[in-house]
Design a protein around this ligand. Structure first.
Ligand code: DGT
Ligand code: CA
Ligand code: CA
Ligand code: ZN
Length: 585
C-alpha cells in the first residue's frame, strides 16, 4: 500500500481541521479535506510524482501540489507549521478528543483557558462547563467518555498501519545474509484490530549481523533496548518494534511463544505441565531428564501436546484449546475463499474511482462477482437521484454484457446494489418498487447515533424485516478509538437477522472492522450469515478485505458462514430473501 500517500493525507486532514478551528476559510478547509481523501486513495506513491503528476490527482491544484513537494523536500510544510504554531500543544490534544471536536475544544480554550486534558477533567468535575453556550451535563458526560476512549486506545495503532510497516521490515531483513527465516508475530500475526507493538522474529545462527542491519534501517529513529537476542526500537511513525533472533532449531517454540496471546500460552503451558513437560520459548522439555523433546516447528510442539496446529487468529484462550483437544477446530474462512465484494462505492457518490476502474480492479483480484453499492438520496451531500442511479445501472449492465461476451466460466458477474440509509424510524430512502430493481441492498445507520437503546434496536430490527434489505452495513457504526458503537440490543438485532435472512456485514475498513470479533462470536450463535466487504471508496482500498477476513477468522467463521464465499447461484438465492413471497402475494 502507498505509505507516502497516507502521510500526506493525514497532514492535509490535520491542516483542514486547523484551518477550521482557527477561524480560517471553510472552503479552503473543505478543499484540503477533499485533496487528503483523493491522495489517500491514489494508486501511485505521491512521493514519486512531480508537479504535473500530482496535479492529475482529482482535487489537487498547483498550490496543493507544491505543498506536497515541499513536504518531501524538507519534511514539513510552512503553511501547516504556521497554523500549528497558533494553537498550544495541549489544546491540539483537546481537539483530538473524539466526542469534543475541534471547535468546542477551541471554545474551551478561549472562554475558560483550558489547555490540557487534565485541566478539562478538573473543569468538568467542578461543573464549570455547563454554563457555556452549547455545553450541558450531557455534553460533559460525553466528553468524559471520549477521553476514556482516547486513553483506552493509548499508543496502539490500527492494524493496517502496523501491517504496512511490518511487511516492509520483514522484506528488508529477509535479505540480510545469515537470515534463514523472518516473520512478524505477536498481535499482528493474530490479526487483532489494534496493535501495541510489532514483534519480528528472525532465525539465524549469529544474531549480530541481523541486529546491526535492523538498527541501521531508515525507518528506525531510536534504539530503546539492545541485547544479544532482542533489540527494541522506535520508528519514524512512532511505532515500537521488538526484534528477536532465535536459533534455527528452536524456531517453532519461539514462534509459538511470541505469537501469543499470553492467555493462550498459559493454557498450553498448563497442558504441558500435566504431561510432565515444560514449555518455553526454547522448546518442549522433559521435566525429569531436562531433555529437549521438540522445538523445530509449531506443528511439532502442538502435536506433542495432543493438539492440532491452531491458527493464530484463534489464539486468545476463547475455547480454541478445548476445541483442539476434541478435534473440533473450525475450518476458518480465508481470503482465497472470497469470491466477491458486495459493498463498494464509485465517484457517482463519494468514491474516488469511476465504475470502469472499480470493475477492472475487482476483476484483477480474480473475483467471480462484484457489487457496486453507491449511497442513496438521504445522505443529501451525495446528491444521488433515481435518474443518476438508473443511468449507473444501465452502464453496469453494459459492462456486465461486455464481460460475459468474453465467454468462459471465469467471467465476473456484476451486481447493481445500493447502500441505503436507515432513518431514525427504520425506514429507507426509496419506495419498494425502486428497491425491487436492485440486485442487493446494504442498509446502514449514518445519522442519529444517539437515540435511546429501545429506539435504536427497533430501528435496526425494522431494517432487517424489510424484504429488500440483504445486508446490515457496519452494524454498530463504531470508529475504532473515535466513536463508540451504537447502544442497541445487539442480541435482538442478531436474532432478527437470522430470522429474516439478512446478513451482517464485517466491514473491512481498518478504522471500523465492524462487526468486531467479539460481536461476531455472539452473533454466530444465532445462526446468522455474514458478508465480508471492503466498503472501498477507491480501487486501492479493495485490498482492505484481508483485515475483514482476519476479523472473521477471529470470530471463528467458516466459509459456510460467509455468503460472499458462496457460488454465484447460491448467493443469488440468498439475496432473493422475502422478495419472492412478496411479489407472489
Ligand atoms: P500488543 O503488542 O499489545 O498488541 O500485543 P502482543 O500480543 O503482541 O504482546 P507483546 O508484544 O507484549 O508480546 C508478544 C507475545 O509474546 C505475546 O502475545 C505473548 C508473548 N509474551 C511476551 N511476554 C510474555 C510473558 O511474560 N508471558 C507469556 N506467557 N507470554 C509472553
Ligand atoms: Ca506486540
Ligand atoms: Ca512486543
Ligand atoms: Zn456506510
Amino acid at each position: 500500500m502507498a505509505r507516502s500517500n497516507d502521510e500526506v493525507a493525514a497532514l492535509f486532514q490535520e491542516y483542514a481541521d486547523l484551518i477550521l478551528i482557527t477561524g480560517g476559510d471553510p472552503f479552503k478547509a473543505r478543499a484540503y479535506e477533499k485533496a487528503a481523501r483523493a491522495i489517500g486513495g491514489h494508486h501511485a506513491e505521491v512521493r514519486d510524482l512531480d508537479l504535473k503528476g500530482l496535479q492529475k490527482i482529482p482535487g489537487v491544484g498547483k498550490s496543493i501540489a507544491e505543498k506536497v513537494l515541499e513536504y518531501f523536500r524538507g519534511g514539513s510544510v510552512s503553511a501547516v507549521e504556521e497554523v500549528r504554531a497558533k494553537i498550544p500543544a495541549g489544546v491540539r490534544q483537546l481537539t483530538m478528543i473524539p466526542t469534543l471536536g475541534p471547535r468546542k475544544a477551541m471554545t474551551l480554550y478561549e472562554e475558560l483557558h483550558i489547555s490540557s486534558i487534565d485541566e478539562l477533567v478538573d473543569a468538568i468535575h467542578q461543573e464549570r462547563l455547563r454554563d457555556l453556550k452549547g455545553f450541558g451535563p450531557r455534553t460533559e458526560e460525553k466528553i468524559l467518555h471520549g477521553i476514556g476512549l482516547m486513553q483506552a486506545a493509548g499508543d496502539r495503532v490500527l492494524v493496517d498501519v502496523a501491517m504496512d510497516l511490518a511487511e516492509e521490515l520483514v522484506s528488508e531483513l529477509s535479505h540480510v545474509r545469515g537470515c534463514l527465516r523472518c516473520v512478524y508475530a505477536g498481535s499482528l500475526r493474530r490479526l487483532r484490530e489494534t496493535i501495541g507493538d510489532i514483534d519480528i522474529l528472525v532465525a539465524a545462527r549469529d544474531s549480530e549481523p541481523v541486529m546491526r542491519a535492523f538498527t541501521s534501517l531508515p525507518q528506525i529513529t531510536e534504539v530503546t533496548a539492545h541485547g544479544d537476542t532482542k533489540t527494541s526500537v522506535r520508528t519514524t511513525r512512532g511505532l515500537a518494534v521488538d526484534l528477536r533472533v532465535l536459533p534455527p532449531d528452536a524456531w517453532g517454540a519461539g514462534l509459538l511463544y511470541f505469537t501469543g496471546s499470553r492467555a493462550h500460552n498459559i493454557r498450553i503451558r498448563e497442558i504441558a505441565v500435566h504431561q510432565g513437560l515444560r514449555l518455553s520459548e526454547y522448546g518442549l522439555f522433559d521435566v525429569d531428564s531436562g531433555d529437549l523433546i521438540v522445538s523445530e516447528t509449531e506443528e511439532d510442539v502442538y502435536s506433542r501436546l495432543g493438539l492440532p496446529w491452531i491458527p493464530p487468529a484463534l489464539r486468545e484462550d476463547r475455547g480454541e484449546v478445548e476445541a483442539g483437544l476434541r478435534g473440533e477446530l473450525p475450518e476458518l474462512v480465508t481470503e482465497e475463499d472470497i469470491r466477491g465484494d458486495l459493498h463498494t462505492h464509485t465517484d457517482l457518490t463519494d468514491g474516488l474511482a469511476p465504475l470502469e476502474e472499480m470493475v477492472a480492479a475487482a476483476e484483477q483480484r480474480g473475483y467471480s462477482y462484484f457489487a457496486v453499492t453507491d449511497h442513496a438520496p438521504n445522505l443529501y451531500m451525495q446528491r444521488m437521484t433515481e435518474e443518476r442511479m438508473l443511468e449507473q445501472r444501465r452502464q453496469l449492465h453494459e459492462l456486465d454484457r461486455r464481460h460475459r461476451g468474453r465467454g468462459g466460466s471465469g467471467r465476473m458477474r456484476l451486481l447493481h446494489g445500493t447502500e441505503l440509509n436507515i432513518d431514525p424510524d427504520g425506514e429507507l430512502d426509496w419506495p419498494d418498487d425502486v428497491l425491487a430493481g436492485f440486485d442487493l441492498c446494504v442498509a446502514s445507520v449514518h445519522s442519529h447515533f444517539n437515540q435511546d437503546r429501545a429506539a435504536l434496536t427497533r430501528r435496526l430490527v425494522r431494517a432487517c424485516e424489510n424484504p429488500y434489505v440483504n445486508v446490515i452495513g457496519h452494524p454498530t457504526t463504531r470508529v475504532i478509538g473515535k466513536r463508540p458503537g451504537l447502544d442497541a440490543d445487539l442480541d435482538a438485532v442478531f436474532a432478527a437477522c437470522a430470522r429474516t435472512g439478512t446478513a451482517l456485514e464485517i466491514n473491512s475498513h481498518p478504522d471500523r472492522l465492524d462487526l468486531g470479533d467479539e460481536a461476531i462470536l455472539r452473533a454466530r450463535r444465532y445462526g446468522v450469515k455474514f458478508v465480508v466487504n471492503s466498503d472501498a471508496h477507491s480501487a486501492l482500498h479493495l485490498a482492505h478485505l484481508r483485515f475483514g477476513v482476519g476479523t472473521a477468522q477471529r470470530g471463528w467463521l467458516t466459509s459456510e458462514d460467509v455468503i460472499n464465499t458462496w457460488p454465484y447461484a447460491r448467493l443469488r438465492r440468498f439475496l432473493r430473501k422475502g422478495r419472492a413471497e412478496r411479489s407472489a402475494a
